[in-house]
Ligand binder design. Sequence first.
Ligand SMILES: O=C(O)CCC(=O)C(=O)O
Ligand SMILES: [Fe+2]
Length: 245
Amino acid sequence: MIVSSAKSDIIDGVASTVTYDWTSIHKTLDTYGNAVLPALLSADTCRSLAALYAAEAGFRSRVVMARHGFGMGEYKYWAYPLPPAVQALRTALYPRLAPLANQWARRLGEEVRYPDRHADFLAMCHEAGQARPTPLLLRYGPGDYNCLHQDLYGERVFPLQVAVLLSEPERDFTGGEFVITEQRPRQQSRAEVVPLRQGDAVVFAVHHRPVSGSRGSYRVTSRHGVSRVRSGQRHTLGIIFHDAL
Ligand SMILES: O=C(O)CCC(=O)C(=O)O
Ligand SMILES: [Fe+2]
């Protein structure tokens, strides 16, 4: 059941990465540091993926956030091979974002260049000893939240990541907003709450991004998290493009 619905949605998911207006998404990412991809996954795929949380098999580890001071709630990292829908999304989204990642690197004066294909970027991660998969499934219940953080897992970092909301706000849960803060040099932080519906994804800066100033680009530091879930259950799919040590 899950396999067949995931399969039809792989096609959905990959097709929809083609139909987004990536020029406009890049512009939004340049201006605000985050952008929404509406309806990246169908409600069926969201339900199938969220249901996988209960499974033992398919994951490499489970993290109870309170044990590490990360917040409340928990998440699980998938093992390789990733579920087909997750693998397909990670592979399809990367080449859409790599050109912007390269522009950001150039503007920040960084030497790193991101290859066109995700497989080639993963090879760079693996050479640096980062070989463990990072896509994850998160689960929050009443009172749970995710502290502001950055998903860094070694020296190799792809500067953009994606989170897909698998639950429907107001129906499945209340509260639990996706929050991003940006800290500009010598200025106070700016916060954004990203409005998402079930199946929507947010693309956002992992750790920093360039912002144009009067004397060229400067670097802002970004962090993301989730505000307290007030009621119900909230699931998210996290797609991080670098692998972990
Ligand atoms: O649950 C969320 O919306 C945030 C998930 C997250 O931190 C991530 O995908 O890296
Ligand atoms: Fe995260």
